[in-house]
Design a protein around this ligand. Sequence first.
Ligand code: SF4
Length: 492
Amino acid sequence: MPAFPKAADTSTHNTQLRANLRHATHTIRAKRATAVAELDDWGRLRAAGAAIKDRTLRHLDHYLEQLERAVTAAGGQVHWAADADEANRIVTELVRATGEREVVKVKSMATQEIGLNHALAEAGITAYETDLAELIVQLGDDLPSHILVPAIHRNRAEIRDIFTAKMARWGRPAPDGLTDAPADLAEAARLHLREKFLNAKVGVSGANFMVAETGTLVVVESEGNGRMCLTLPDTLISVVGIEKVVPTFQDLEVFLQLLPRSSTAERMNPYTSTWTGTTDDDGPRAFHLVLLDNGRTDALADTVGRQALRCIRCSACLNVCPVYERAGGHAYGSAYPGPIGAILTPQLRGTQSELDASLPYASSLCGACYEVCPVAIDIPEVLLHLRERVVEGGPASVRGTRAVIKPAKGHAAERAAMRAASWALDHPRVLRSGQRLASRTRRFHPRRLPGPGRAWSDSRELPTVPAESFRDWWQRTRTTTTPRHGDDRNTP
Ligand code: SF4
């Protein structure tokens, strides 16, 4: 896939897509702001969420082992997957062992991240998405473009056309004369999916949280499809990133307040499903938990970047991001679009590819993402940190071992400019001479930069160089102005 600017070039020229995205993100963000404003202690909840995540990440090995013991004691089986290939292989073998060729799925970012549906298809196993938006994406041979609303780029008329054309190929066809009324579309999906739920013998899910003290997994959702997938099949396989663990139920309570208001702008989400291993005569007979690393321990080793692992996938940062609103989710080339994708994907996959090296630049650094993040991830700080890594390279953890990564290609001019700036700022006399020269020659400065700087200045007004630098002005006025009564010249 090409770098972000090239990938976004197509979507930014798609006026229908931009209209869909603008309408959806502005609606969700306004509702979220109202839901959050209802709580007097939102700031304290946010700080508590960040602190719990940071404490858990600092002792991640301890909490994961505690979780494994608790899940095993409750009748579940824990599998450890270092990367996407290993996770896909484990899940494929588990499904094969049941003798089934079909699974139903709860919406899961982790399984999108590892490309599980594709891996299962290669093994002759069909995965049916049961979340409404994921169903739209799957029937449309499409890709998700939003964490919470994967089909945010589709409008009602497009969804009706997809259902009419594609549902029959996957199971129960769409009703004749299907309209684009939301209730009709939801009913068509309900009828189509009900058959899948009732026939399914294997369910695949992710989890929003895992409670270490009890071995309990938690899925938070709005449609009830998750509850069906988690309770009806005989075998349940959950693929969960290792950063989703929280120590106790008391800690979980904080996130069950933060997540619904931040994501769907609800005080409480309609369905919160919890399960702990297996229970006789109730729910799945077999439960497998696949704990996924896939770059997370590399992110954990980075003292600046690790805050991305606090993310609870609420998608609030996407809904306020001016870049996401215009570019859409597909341009990020990852299961994680928007601001969180711009900092998480380059940490999980590295910055070697053209696309991944471009993601930290997919931001105006306006800071709106940080303002809304319910776990206070300073996304602009991590973006700048990753830009430095892209331009300069340097030490990093790669697949669990320390390595020195090379600078990404194509940043030579930026690197040279930053080094020159650094050198000049370290030499005040040179800086002063340069400033004076720039002031004296300002009438001759071009309005557009030459060479690699042209693209930057094509869309920006270059600042006008002042006739006198601040430093010179300060020196001149300090030495010629008579102090007024009460002026304290020694005040710093
Ligand atoms: S980074 Fe923050 S705002 Fe964005 S999805 Fe994650 S938790 Fe939500």
